[in-house]
Design a binder for this molecule. Structure first.
Ligand code: F6R
Length: 598
């Protein structure tokens, strides 16, 4: 997804170019297809290239724009127009006096472009963004100063945007946001602007979050934030609780592997202060009365966490339904007034924000379950429950999924309101150690090596293990590019059995020894009878091992938590298949960390 960086240094401070290139590198994890910079040092120099930031750096070396105190940069993920140098940001006006970067979608750009063309403006790209510098240029020609020209251009836009602009011969940066995040970083050396904190976390942890409808002007001495009518807004600095070390790979080959291994710590953080082992209670800092029912809305991996969360809520007697966020409409709420929970690690997923807004418009109470403090979901919902997984740089969600599972499980226990069964409390408290033992003892790497040439992978599970099977398949397909599908184990015989082949393993998640486990073992036998190899993920309580070619074991625990442990094995399996295939694991193709378009 697109990323924005901006910098303005105080006198004698760092060259904007180095800060911006560093910021763009820090944003690479979001996924992008081109990158560019605009530097202002009396002249305005724009350099942009299709491809990686390294291509941009080579181009900068060739162009040598000289030191500049101010600039903006962008990584683009195409929405309008193919990836190309011309479509890369920044975009400029006809006379190259103003440069603009933009995240989001300008819905009325065709109409604006037609209007501007009729007035003689020339366009060089197929993007929606390019209308913005031309609108600014038009306003400047009408006699507006830079700030009013920027504001009047933004006023004309319909859609979603985080926008930053710099001008020739001026040392300030203008910014505005609507439905797309922007944050300002502050240190003694200068001011930073970014769509995501990791862009400047190497420099400062002191931030100001911009809200929808707000404008900012950054100068070497100050940051001025104002509302749509130009009234100044006072904001206090917030401290981001990540440091650069948190955002590094710490010796692992990939962020994804590092983040898989961070799960014991992430889960400890998620549970800290929330589970009381003596009183046997779960305490969350939320205020919610009379919750008659719950709707969970989410996408992708978060949707799988939501499916799991709905089961834990129902196990506490709370009616709960899960919806793919993009399918959530007013009619989903018909006759009900549920609490609507948006499950979203980034807090910026457009589909999930859309579903939450639908719910709010219908008068429903909303709760964000998110990893990102200050995200749009957290700010727009009535309340937020943070999953506390820490920064997740790998595009494929891993530790945020486990933390979402546990935050939702804790939420269900909390909403259930009673004293919690001591076995449940003990199991929760020992979960991080159990996760650690899965990580220490896993043979997923060896098993993965056996199946690197498989033609497809099928994942099955029941109950809490059903969302885990779906997630196992999603994780594998997104990072390995291999065909993988997850099913409710009982559904196999309703069609997918036709796909069984001797080179397409079935990964069966079977924990516990109840009726569900026994039925899944029967499904495993059906698969085996049709020649498919079986990999069982099991706590050893059923006899599934007898029918499996390979086994990935997890410690015995409560059924609801066994599913969390099983997922760790599936994450490792997916990782090692992708590693064997030499895939770019942290930045898989066609996938972005936060998907801010619908
Ligand atoms: C999968 C993945 C995506 C996200 C989905 C929702 O690894 O990362 O499927 O889970 O785009 O993102 P969030 O949780 O940020 O709303």
């Amino acid at each position: 997804m697109c990323g924005i960086v901006g910098y303005i240094g105080r006198e004698g401070q760092e060259d904007a170019r180095d800060v911006l290139v560093g910021g763009l590198e820090n944003l690479e994890y979001r996924g992008y297809d081109s990158a560019g910079l605009a530097l202002s040092n009396g002249d305005l120099t724009v350099v942009k290239r299709e491809g990686e930031v390294t291509e941009l750096v080579s181009a900068l070396e060739e162009n040598n724009p000289g030191a500049a105190p101010v600039g903006i940069g962008h990584t683009r993920w195409s929405t309008h127009g193919e990836p190309s140098d011309a479509n890369a940001h920044p975009h400029t006006d006809c006379s190259d006096d103003v440069a603009v970067v933009h995240n989001g979608i300008i819905e009325n750009y065709e109409q604006l472009k037609a209007e501007l063309r009729a007035d003689g403006h020339q366009f060089e790209s197929e993007t929606d963004t390019e209308v913005v510098p031309h609108l600014i240029e038009a306003a400047l020609k009408r006699g507006a100063d830079r700030e009013s020209a920027f504001r009047s251009a933004v006023d004309r836009l319909e859609g979603s945007y985080a926008i930053a602009a710099v001008f020739e011969d001026a040392d300030d940066v203008f910014a505005a946001r609507q439905d797309s995040p922007l944050v300002i970083g502050v240190d003694e050396g200068g001011y930073y602007l970014a769509s995501d904190v990791p862009a400047f976390i190497d420099h400062t942890d002191q931030v100001l979050y911009l809200e929808d409808g707000e404008f900012a002007r950054l100068t070497p001495e100050t940051v001025g934030i104002s509302d749509a009518d130009g009234r100044p807004i006072e904001k206090s600095l917030a401290t981001v609780e990540w440091d650069a070390e948190d955002a590094g790979k710490s010796g692992y080959d990939h962020y994804m592997l590092k983040e898989i291994h961070e799960q014991p710590r992430a889960l400890r953080k998620c549970l800290r202060g929330r589970v009381d082992g003596i009183e046997r209670t779960v305490d969350l800092d939320l205020e919610l009365d009379d919750v008659g029912g719950v709707h969970l809305v989410a996408c992708g991996t978060s949707y799988h966490a939501a499916l799991y969360g709905a089961q834990t809520l129902r196990s506490q007697g709370i009616p709960a339904q899960t919806f793919v966020a993009s399918e959530y409409t007013r009619s989903s709420l018909a006759g009900q007034s549920p609490l609507v929970i948006g499950v979203t690690q980034s807090g910026e997923t457009a589909d999930t924000l859309g579903a939450l807004r639908t719910a709010r418009a219908a008068g429903a109470r909303t709760l964000a379950v998110t990893n990102t403090v200050g995200s749009t979901a957290a700010r727009e919902c009535d309340q937020a429950l943070y999953v506390r997984a820490g920064p997740e740089i790998g595009v494929a969600a891993t530790k945020t999924f486990a933390s979402q599972q546990i935050a939702l499980h804790a939420f269900a226990l909390w909403l259930g309101e009673g004293m919690v069964d001591s076995d449940q409390i003990d199991a929760l408290r020992t979960l991080p150690d159990h996760v650690q033992s899965v990580l220490d003892d896993s043979n997923a790497r060896n098993v993965a090596r056996e199946y690197v040439d498989a033609s497809a992978f099928f994942f099955i599970g029941r109950g809490y293990n059903h969302p885990v099977a779906l997630e196992g398949a999603l994780k594998l397909k997104e990072i390995s590019y291999e065909h993988a599908e997850g099913f409710a184990a009982g559904e196999l015989k309703h069609g997918p059995l036709a796909l069984m082949e001797d080179d397409a393993p079935v990964i069966a998640v079977v924990t516990g020894d109840d009726e569900r486990a026994r039925k899944t073992v029967s499904n495993v036998k059906e698969v085996q009878a049709r020649g498919a190899p079986v990999i069982a993920v099991t706590d050893g309580r059923s006899d599934v091992e007898q029918y499996a070619n390979h086994v990935l074991t997890v410690p015995e625990t409560e059924p609801v938590l066994a599913a969390v442990l099983a997922n760790i094995q599936l994450q490792l399996f997916a990782y090692w298949i992708a590693a064997e295939l030499g895939r770019p694991i942290d930045k898989p193709r066609h996938l972005a960390k936060s998907v801010t378009v619908e």
